[in-house]
Design a protein around this ligand. Structure first.
Ligand code: FA5
Length: 329
């Protein structure tokens, strides 16, 4: 019986033949072993001990063969554990996500400005015309309010008519300047980093959604020299001591005088932000006395800073969602 059982189990090539052999020899109800066990009662007293030992031997070897055959056919032992698992082999590293380069940049910029005493402030991405335009000295008929240059959430016609309740996706973080000044008295020293939206056609340096870092400092006797110092120290910290930057005279409705700030990259001047001294009309709009306070503000493109630091040539790569690109940062 033993050799017959072992041969049958050993040659079982699929689940069916294995199960048939298992039931035939080791089945609990009608198996051959069970039959022999039942007959043990009729063995004469002096032979019973030897017969019992022999039976146990055979039983054990058949049960072992069942186990071996099962493992061979399923890769699992009778407890269901995977016998193919080898804990000494090196593991497969799971794919873990990481922080997006722009988020990393935001953390880095916040840290640099924090060292210069600027605290982070936040404002909503869905704004009203008061914070995005009016308080920033951008009157109703100003071209910057054109529905073609903004993402209005109401209809373009309603926005053009300046109707109550109009909302838009903010086109600049300068909105946060207004919100901070409405709620706080000077001295003020804040930055605000966040998303802004413009219907610009995407190219290597433009994207319809991008980030800005706004800075605002209000105190007594603030000068343009203070502004230039802060921007130069910032640029040297983030881009390196050898970075070349320049200030060009410019115009923004909410600053006077205004400048555009560029850095040199591969022989080309790239604009990375606008800045200037806060316009007296802005101070009046938030309830400050322009005779008593002065201040500077700036708004820098976060993507362009990140691109310059990491040598990224096309802003669209940052938002393609391509992990081969993103996982390099
Ligand atoms: C402004 O948005 C002003 N609010 C900046 C400012 C703040 C001036 C405070 C004075 C005082 P501007 O439209 O130039 O300015 O945008 C600022 C920067 O945002 C640009 O220099 C550029 O770096 C970045 N930027 C503008 N449009 C895009 C775009 N479509 N994609 C990526 N970056 C952009």
């Amino acid at each position: 019986l033993q050799s017959e059982a072992l041969a049958a189990l050993d040659s079982a090539s699929d689940a069916e033949s294995f199960e048939a052999a298992r039931v035939q020899f080791a089945g609990q109800k009608k198996g051959a072993l069970r039959d022999i066990q039942k007959q043990m009662g009729s063995v004469a007293g002096e032979d019973r001990k030897a017969a019992g030992m022999r039976l146990n031997e055979v039983k054990k070897s058949i049960e072992d063969a069942v186990e071996v055959a099962q493992r061979r056919l399923t890769g699992k032992d009778s407890s269901g554990a995977d016998s193919m698992f080898d804990p000494t082999l090196p593991g497969i590293r799971p794919i873990v996500g990481h922080i997006h380069p722009i988020t990393q940049t935001i953390t880095h910029l916040t840290e640099i400005m924090g060292r210069m005493g600027f605290e982070a402030a936040e404002g909503p991405e869905v704004e009203d015309p008061w914070h995005n335009f009016v308080a920033l000295n951008i009157p109703d008929d100003h071209p910057a309010r054109d529905p073609l240059d903004n993402f209005y959430l109401a209809t373009a016609q309603a926005a053009a008519r300046g109707e109550e309740g109009t909302r838009l996706l903010r086109s600049q973080t300068s909105t946060v300047q207004i919100r901070v000044m409405e709620e706080t008295q000077p001295p003020i020293r804040v930055i605000s980093l966040g998303r802004v939206y413009r219907p610009d056609d995407p190219d290597a340096t433009h994207f319809p959604m991008f980030h800005q870092m706004e800075g605002l400092l209000v105190d007594a006797n603030v000068t343009m020299a203070n502004l230039k110092t802060v921007l130069r120290v910032f640029a040297a910290n983030y881009l390196g001591d050898d970075v070349e930057i320049r200030f060009r005279p410019s115009f923004f409705p909410f600053t006077e005088p205004s400048v555009e700030v560029d850095f040199l990259w591969d022989g080309t001047w790239i604009e990375f932000g606008g800045a200037g001294m806060v316009d007296p009309n802005v101070f009046t709009a938030v309830g400050y006395d322009p005779e008593k306070v002065s201040g500077f503000a700036f708004g820098l493109g976060v993507e362009r800073l990140c691109m310059r630091r990491h040598g990224i040539k096309d802003i669209r790569d940052l938002y393609s969602g391509d992990l081969r690109f993103l996982s390099q940062f």
